[in-house]
Design a protein around this ligand. Sequence first.
Ligand code: ATR
Length: 283
Amino acid sequence: MVDLVNTFVCGWPIEHSRSPIIHNYWIKRYGLRGKYEKLPVSPDDLTEFINCLPEGIYLGGNVTIPHKEKAYELIENLDPVAKKLGAVNTIWVSNQKIYGANTDGYGFLANLDQGVPDWDNENRKFQPVVILGAGGAARAIVDAAQSRGFSNIKIVNRTLSRAENLAIFFGEGVSAHCWEELPNLMEATGLIVNTTSLGMAGNHPLDIDLNILTKDCLVSDIVYVPLQTKFLQQAAERGLKTVDGLGMLLHQAVPGFEKWYGVKPEVSDELRALVISDLKETK
Ligand code: ATR
């Protein structure tokens, strides 16, 4: 029998992915054999790629944009979160069967747990959460917040219908709002998260007046290029606690690595510094 040790991330395009830096760092750090590879897989080739995994050369891997929803359709054995969200980002092969999971919400929560321990305290759970954006990342984050007991979630999106679709999907306690409602919503919120692509290098910044937020509001961005977005910078200038987006990327990688290699890896300062230096180099 062939001894499988390699893993992958597939996407289209895939060149920008930082996942190989993360997983190859851990492979080395824990003295394991194997290599985590970047695989460009086009939408036309995804079905064959996934269906051939049981006979292939990989232990498993990650699936990224634009394949997360299609991977969900192709994989039968799904963890409850992937099943609910309709998207897969982590795959493993066992006994000729393909398994899929979604670890984005886990990554979001673990990042906040590491950055602001006790962020999900009882006081904050009573306050509304404001989520900016209504794409796949927002879906994973709403689900994650609900799993920690947050029961009042406001989704604010440029295209109201997308926010409404998410609100219907999640049901009670989740509502949809247009951008103009933001100042009112911000007054009472205990956690505000940007899941839009605003603020990402090359895009317009997310520029909203944060003076309305109370001093205890926690501010998070899933954008990590740049690491310190204007949104986070403005929050920090106001003295608010902030959590940047890089940690979500690092933490969402943990469950996959553990499945493939049997070691729960640490999201250390050294790893964070390594990825930050790569982000600087390629800017
Ligand atoms: P993902 O699946 O990664 O979350 P997505 O589905 O492309 O990505 O969602 C991107 C989010 O950024 C959406 O909420 C999008 O708003 P629309 O639904 O109205 O498109 C938001 N977004 C992108 N550019 C924006 C802009 N210039 N102003 C406001 N919102 C923007």
